[in-house]
Design a protein around this ligand. Structure first.
Ligand code: NAP
Length: 248
């Protein structure tokens, strides 16, 4: 029986580490053909080699999602390799947490550029293709931060709330076009994400928290595979998940 993943062309941004990397491995094992983007090309190339050695199919392109031309080139690489794009996973993100009075304005700009504009550039790059195909799926990684805010997460949570709103608006507009739209909202997952936090003390404290209760990146891969594998007329709009040990 088909898993509804086999043979699908899946573009994943932020595939060089963490949840994107885990998702690439998991979906490749399920038979997806992958198009992988992130800035660190060496890590992407190693992942492509690993997937191909295991009998899978993948291509990669160095991509900074805050640059529209890079995102367009990533989609084009997918079209050149496979002729279609079935799923876009807007997963690349950064989380340079800080208090507002630290005035980390450049971090605010970067977070908006990567976490919001990167998602919009992804949507812009695949939407005409998916409408022409009359099929597709656009999934974006948000966060429980799309539902709540605590001190230091104001800007990060704002970007994730924005992606939730963007995805819901897009879903409504695409009703009847056979294009599914959804978000995955993880709680704490063991990845490299804390590395973008400025300031040793806050970064170390967050990393300790992640090390203590974070769940593995493969948990995200399982959720993503579930959303893709549903029948084409079943649109999973959000999956929110977190460690049992995480209160907020
Ligand atoms: N880990 C958690 O607890 C958690 C919880 C909720 C939501 N999330 C979200 O999950 C997503 C994945 O994060 P992660 O936890 O897996 O973190 P991660 O291990 O730090 O991975 C982040 C990925 O995003 C890529 N990236 C960062 N900036 C980029 C840019 N400008 N252009 C292209 N790629 C870029 C990184 O690759 P390069 O550095 O090679 O570009 C990397 O592949 C993010 O959207 C994050 O906000 C994470």
């Amino acid at each position: 029986m088909s898993n509804n993943i086999q043979g699908k062309v899946v573009v994943i941004t932020g595939a060089s580490a963490g949840m994107g990397e885990a998702a690439a491995r998991h979906l490749a094992a399920e038979g997806a053909r992958l198009v992988l983007g992130a800035r660190r090309a060496d890590r992407l190339d190693a992942l492509v080699a690993e997937i191909e050695a295991a009998g899978g199919s993948a291509v990669a392109r160095a991509t900074d999602v805050s640059r529209r031309a890079d995102v367009e080139a990533l989609m084009q690489a997918g079209l050149d390799a496979y002729g279609r794009i079935d799923v876009l996973v807007n997963n690349a993100g950064i989380m340079p947490l800080s208090m507002f009075d630290a005035l980390q304005v450049e971090d605010w700009d970067r977070t908006i550029d990567v976490n919001i504009k990167g998602v919009l550039y992804g949507i812009a790059a695949v939407l005409p293709q998916m409408k022409a195909q009359k099929s597709g799926q656009i999934l974006s990684t948000t966060s429980i931060g799309a539902h709540m805010v605590v001190p230091t997460t104001g800007v990060y949570s704002a970007t994730k709330h924005a992606v939730k709103a963007i995805s819901e608006g897009l879903r409504q507009e695409l009703t009847g076009h056979n294009i599914r739209v959804g978000i995955l909202s993880p709680g704490t997952v063991k990845t490299e994400l804390a590395s973008s936090i400025p300031g040793d003390e806050m970064r170390d404290a967050h990393q300790d928290f992640v090390d203590q209760l974070g769940i593995p990146a493969d948990s995200y891969a399982q959720m993503l595979a579930f959303a893709i594998s549903q029948p084409e007329n079943v649109d999973v709009n959000e999956i929110l998940f977190r460690p049992t040990a995480q209160q907020m």
